[in-house]
Design a protein around this ligand. Structure first.
Ligand code: R5P
Length: 296
């Protein structure tokens, strides 16, 4: 379908502009009105285009998820035959099983909601450690790997780098980054003790001047801070960290500085001052839309 239009929520316009440059389409703003009682109304550009691509970064997700579902309905009513969601960060993926009796599987609930509203959902590195494929929990979902973009950043850090995955779940993609970057890696063992605290152990480390801890999400910063402390205790002179989704709860960055993390960067899936690794080109390629000659 050639009639592709991009639609973006206000806080995702910068990301959508990058995506739009890659496919030669300018993004239209989705307007959001908040009623006095907290409800929201969205309004999309009409006509929406035969294939409407909606861009929304879903950090602080609860209200944003509702806005996203409303926008999907609005886009179809404005003429879209096909609606794709580009959500660089997909929330609620970590609760992928019942950890304690009485809990939901939030990943499946949110996956089903989005699958009902969208024909396709593209995202970067969702938390799928026990599931494997996004389409298992979200029909039409496709996970795009950030590994090539992170590996390019790692290569620019120079030689003598050791990549560190903090837990067994990080193995597949830390291994992928290491292969692309031509760097060695080690994987730690993690035990979560609470929302803010984890315990980590590492195997014997090969000698290195710089360790880069790689994680998909930094929330409380507990995982990265504990990893940094453990690596420094093992004699690593310099510890850096790279994360895909910079959620960073209040106080997390200070915690990382105190733990000795000297450089901290993130992919741009969640708008944050640490953003240094662009992911829009990866999502543009996954969209599979031929580039138009001129933005329109
Ligand atoms: C967990 O499985 C994830 O991969 C991250 O390690 C985790 O979400 C990081 O959270 P925090 O920053 O709160 O330790």
């Amino acid at each position: 379908m050639s009639d592709v239009r991009l639609h973006a929520f206000p806080d995702s316009l910068a990301f959508a502009a990058q995506l739009g440059r890659a496919i030669g389409v300018r993004a239209a703003r989705v307007a959001v009105h908040r009623f006095p009682d907290g409800e929201r109304l969205v309004r999309v550009r009409s006509p929406a285009g035969g294939h409407a691509v909606l861009v929304h970064a879903l950090r602080d997700p609860d209200a944003r998820l509702i806005e996203t579902l409303l926008a999907a309905d609005a886009l179809r009513r404005a003429g879209a035959a096909r609606v794709t969601l580009v959500a660089p960060y997909l929330p609620y993926m970590r609760q992928d099983r019942v950890f304690t009796p009485g809990e939901p599987i939030s990943q499946r609930v949110v996956g089903a909601l989005l699958a009902r509203a969208f024909d396709r959902v593209l995202t970067i590195e969702p938390h799928l450690h026990r599931v494997g494929r996004l389409s298992t929990v979200l029909r039409g979902g496709r996970a795009v790997s950030a590994a090539p973009a992170i590996a390019a950043w790692v290569r620019r850090r120079g030689p003598d780098v050791l990549l560190v995955g903090p837990d067994a779940e990080s193995l597949p993609w830390v291994r992928a980054i290491a292969r692309l970057a031509g760097a060695p890696y080690v994987i730690g063992g993690k035990l979560r003790l609470g929302d803010h605290h984890v315990r980590l152990r590492f195997p014997v480390l090969p000698p290195c001047r710089r360790a880069i801890v790689v994680d998909d999400i930094a929330s409380s910063g507990g995982t990265l801070a504990t990893a940094a402390r453990a690596l420094r205790a093992l004699g690593v002179p310099r510890v850096e960290a790279v994360v895909v989704h910079a959620i960073f709860a209040p106080g997390a960055r200070a915690r990382l500085r105190a733990a000795g993390v000297r450089t901290l960067v993130s992919c741009d899936t969640v708008l944050h001052p640490t953003n240094a690794i662009p992911t829009a080109p990866l999502l543009a390629a996954a969209l599979g839309v031929a580039r138009r000659a001129r933005a329109c």
